[in-house]
Design a protein around this ligand. Sequence first.
Ligand code: NAD
Ligand code: SER
Length: 318
Amino acid sequence: MTKKILITGALGQIGTELTVSMRKHYGADNVIASDIITEVPEGALKGGLYEVVDVVKPDQIASVVKKYNVNQIVHLAAILSAVGEAKPHLAWDVNMGGLFNVLEVARETKAAVFTPSSIAAFGPSTPPDNTPQDTLQRPTTMYGVTKVAGELLCDYYFLKYGVDTRGVRFPGLISYEALPGGGTTDYAVHIYYDALKHKRYTSYINKGTSMDMMYMPDALDAIMHLMEADPNKLIHRNAFNVTAMSFDPEVLAAEIKKHIPEFIIGYDVDPVRQRIADSWPNSLDDSAARMEWGWSPKYNLASMTTDMLAKLKIKLAL
Ligand code: NAD
Ligand code: SER
C-alpha cells in the first residue's frame, strides 16, 4: 500500500529535516507537512504539500487526513521541556490534547501513528546510568509528565483499538538545519554555532551534567526504520530507549577544541534548565530497540562534530 504520511509540527527541529527526508524516500506527493505556523519560512521544507493544522483542533487534523487519504501520522507538534516549565498549561494542552486528537483521528481512519517520547519521561528516582528500558518513571517536569502519559495513551490505543502506534524516547537531538525549539539539551546545538562565530560559548548547563544525545540523521533513520519494522517483533511499541552518545559540556567542548583550538567554554548556569537536566538520566540502555527492530546509530561524538562544523561553516558562510 502506498504510504500517505501527515507530519504535524513539521516546521520544528525534527520536522524540517524529516519532511525532506521522507519525501525523498516515499515521494514528494505522499508526504504532507503541517504546522500551526501559517507562513512557511522561505527555504524551509523545500516546497511541497503544506497545510495549517493546529493539533489542539481535532477537525483540522481530521479534515487533512481525509483530504489526502493519510494512512500514517508522524506526530511531532509539541511544547518542549524548558518552554513547558515556563508555560505548563500550554504544554498540557498541546502535548496531551494534541496527541489525544491525533489518536482519535487515527482510530477512526485506521492510520498508523509515530509519536516521540523523550529522556524527559524519566525522573530523579529513575536509575540514572544505563537506564533500563522498563524502569521507574516519575518525571518532575510538565513536559515529562505529558511524555509518560503519552507513552501510556499510545499503548492504550494499540491495546484497546488496534491503532498501530509506535515511538521512541529520543535523547537531545543535534542538528544544523532548524534551531531547537526550547528544550534543555539545546546547549549542545548552540555551542557549535558560537564556537564557529565567536570561538567561545557560555553554557547554561553545568560541567559534569551528562545527558544522552543523537545526531539528526540517526533520529530520522530511527523514525523511518521503526515505522517500517515488522510489528510482530515489537514488544515495546511506544517508548523505545534510543541513544547514540552521552556527554557533558566539558567533553563536548574538548571535542570541538580538536577542530577549533582557540575555543573556550564558560558557565552561567540556568537553575531551571539545570534542575531539569539533573532529573534526567546520564545514559540510556537502548538494547530493546537494537534487538526488536535493529536500531543502530551511525554517528558518535567525533563523527557528529566533524560533520556539524563542516555543515554549519557552509550554512553560516564562514
Ligand atoms: P520543535 O519545538 O522544534 O517543533 C515543534 C513544532 O510544533 C513547531 O514547529 C511548532 O510550531 C509546532 N507546534 C506547536 N504547537 C502546535 C500546535 N498546537 N499545532 C501544531 N503545531 C504546533 O520540536 P522538535 O524538536 O521538532 O520535537 C518534535 C517532537 O520530538 C516533540 O514531541 C518532542 O517532544 C520530541 N523530542 C524532541 C527532542 C529534541 O531534542 N528535539 C528530543 C526528544 C523528544
Ligand atoms: N531535547 C528535548 C528537551 O530538552 C528532550 O526531550 O526538551
